[in-house]
Design a protein around this ligand. Structure first.
Ligand code: TUI
Length: 314
């Protein structure tokens, strides 16, 4: 594939693996980078020592570029911001907030900064602060989401900024990748598809839930608390929503109900009490493969779709 994103970060295929909390560890990120995409370690809410260990594990697997996703709501954010500089991490992706206060130091250290943005205004803001590219993430995504869909967000962000745009949200096969290119994106970020990668270390129950999911099996919770989160429907998500509508519960009690839920899903495979964050495209994800098989298949499909696109001109 020819894409400015490949040249920008030094990868073979213009695909980033989403930095998913409790999911994207050195095993998954290393495998994606080795296969020619950009593997991304999720710092999530983890302390710096854990993230340092994961960075060293990726470096021991491959010399290829990789990234760290800095989750800006983390209590350890300041430490992680310093760590990525100390460790000469090539690419930093940010999520769940504005990264502007860290960007000068990161850029001076030679790091390529690629924030996830949910709107044109935020895309323009990070472009002014020196972002190398942006990831326009639609609300089809799993986890913490904005309001716009990928279909409406990506072309508008492409028009709003002069840096390359990577599309995320609702993409899990070659049709989705080709469509993202048609919207003006120069690359894609996939999360849900990588949940079922052989190198992904999450509990098998989580993988099975994604493999069995139908198109309508996700829902969003947390909107009333100011952070909408998409996950597979289960007793936990239904109770979370019921709590949100319960006037007798305080905000603190509602937040406390969600604490540790992602860990219960990813580590324990707790189908009742876990929060299985996954995107609306879960229904399309039907097989476990290695990251290399996935990436090769994804771009073989993309090529086929793009070649077939000429039919519309006849
Ligand atoms: O960050 C994500 N997805 C995530 S983070 C996460 S951990 C978490 N768990 C529960 C509640 C909250 C977080 C699970 N999934 N995706 C990237 C993303 N960034 N989505 C939306 C945004 C975003 C939102 C607002 C980026 C910038 C932004 O700036 C505006 C502001 O007000 O900060």
């Amino acid at each position: 594939m020819k894409s400015v994103i490949c040249d920008l970060v030094g990868i073979e295929y213009p695909i980033f693996q989403g930095g998913m909390a409790w999911v994207s560890d050195a095993s998954l990120a290393g495998a994606v980078s080795k296969a020619g995409g950009l593997g991304i370690i999720a710092a999530a809410n983890a302390p710096a020592d854990y993230v340092r260990e994961q960075i060293h594990l990726v470096k021991s697997q491959t010399d290829k570029p990789f990234g760290v996703n800095v989750m800006l709501m983390s209590p350890y954010c300041e430490d992680i911001a310093k760590l990525v500089i100390e460790e000469h991490v090539p690419v930093v992706v940010t999520g769940a907030g504005l990264p502007t206060k860290y960007m000068k130091d990161w850029i001076e250290a030679g790091i390529k900064v690629i924030p996830v943005v949910p709107s044109c205004n935020i895309a323009k803001l990070v472009e002014r602060a020196g972002a190398s590219a942006v990831i326009a993430e639609g609300c089809e995504s799993g986890g913490h989401i904005g309001e716009s869909t990928t279909m409406s967000l990506v072309p508008q962000v492409c028009d709003a900024v002069n840096i390359p745009v990577i599309a995320a949200g609702g993409i899990a096969d070659g049709r989705g990748i080709a469509a993202a290119f048609m919207l003006g994106a120069k690359g894609v970020q996939l999360g849900t598809r990588f949940l079922v990668a052989k190198e992904c270390t999450i509990h098998q129950n989580f993988k099975n839930k994604v493999l069995k999911a139908k198109d309508t099996d996700t829902m969003t919770t947390g909107e009333s608390l100011g952070h909408a989160v998409r996950a597979l429907k289960n007793p936990f998500t239904r109770q979370f929503l019921a709590n949100e509508n319960n006037e007798n519960m305080s905000i603190e009690e509602k937040e406390a109900f969600g604490a540790g839920a992602l860990r219960r899903a990813a580590v324990d495979g707790d189908e009742k009490n876990g929060c299985f964050m996954a995107g609306q495209i879960s229904g399309l994800v039907k097989k476990e493969q290695t990251c290399e098989e996935m990436i090769k298949e994804l771009f073989a499909e993309t090529e086929k779709v793009l070649e077939g696109a000429k039919q519309w001109l006849k």
